[in-house]
Design a protein around this ligand. Structure first.
Ligand SMILES: [Zn+2]
Length: 161
C-alpha cells in the first residue's frame, strides 16, 4: 500500500509538470491552427450556403426554390466529396430531404410541442417543419442555454503563453 502511494504520488508529480491548460468550463485550451488545410473548400461551402440563403429569401417567384436548392445540393456534394465538416448551426438550417434552406415562415414553420402527459417544461421540443414534410426536432426543455462544441465562445480563444 505504501509503495502504491509512493508510485501514485510520483505519477501525480509527473502530471503536474505537463498539466494541460483548461478553462473554467473544462474545455482543453490548445493553440489554434495557423492555416486551414482545406481553406478553399470551406470558402466554397460558405459561399454556396450564403447563395442558397439569399436566393431563398429574395426569389419570391419560384415556389420550388430550384436555384437555391441546387446551390444547397452542390454544398452537400462538395462537403461529402472533400470530407469537410459543417458546423451544427449550418446543418440545422438545411433540410436533408429537399435541400432547402430553412427560413422561418418562408420554407419552414417552427413550433414548440410538449408530448409528455404532465406537460413539464423539461419535455419541450422545438419542431421545425419544412415545406416538403420533413421535420427536425430539437429537445430544448432540458438545457435551454445548450450550445454545441463549435458554438462555445471559449473554444475560439487564442492560446496565451
Ligand atoms: Zn425539406
Amino acid at each position: 500500500m505504501a509503495d502504491f502511494n509512493k508510485f501514485g504520488r510520483h505519477l501525480m508529480a509527473g502530471k503536474s509538470k505537463k498539466a494541460a491548460k483548461v478553462d473554467e468550463h473544462g474545455t482543453l485550451i490548445v493553440a489554434p491552427p495557423k492555416t486551414a488545410s482545406n481553406k478553399e473548400h470551406l470558402q466554397r461551402l460558405n459561399y454556396l450556403f450564403h447563395l442558397s440563403t439569399f436566393h431563398t429569401i429574395a426569389n419570391d417567384q419560384d415556389e420550388n426554390n430550384a436555384l437555391a436548392r441546387m446551390y444547397a445540393k452542390n454544398l452537400d456534394l462538395i462537403q461529402k466529396k472533400t470530407k469537410s465538416s459543417l458546423t451544427p448551426g449550418l446543418k440545422r438550417r438545411l433540410c436533408k430531404t429537399c435541400q432547402r434552406t430553412l427560413i422561418p415562415n418562408k420554407t419552414m414553420s417552427p413550433r414548440v410541442i410538449n408530448e409528455s402527459k404532465r406537460k413539464k417544461p423539461v419535455n419541450r421540443v422545438l419542431v421545425l417543419d419544412c415545406v416538403c414534410g420533413r421535420s427536425k426536432r430539437f429537445p430544448i426543455g432540458k438545457n435551454p442555454s445548450y450550445k454545441a462544441h463549435a458554438e462555445k465562445g471559449s473554444n475560439l480563444t487564442f492560446f496565451q503563453k
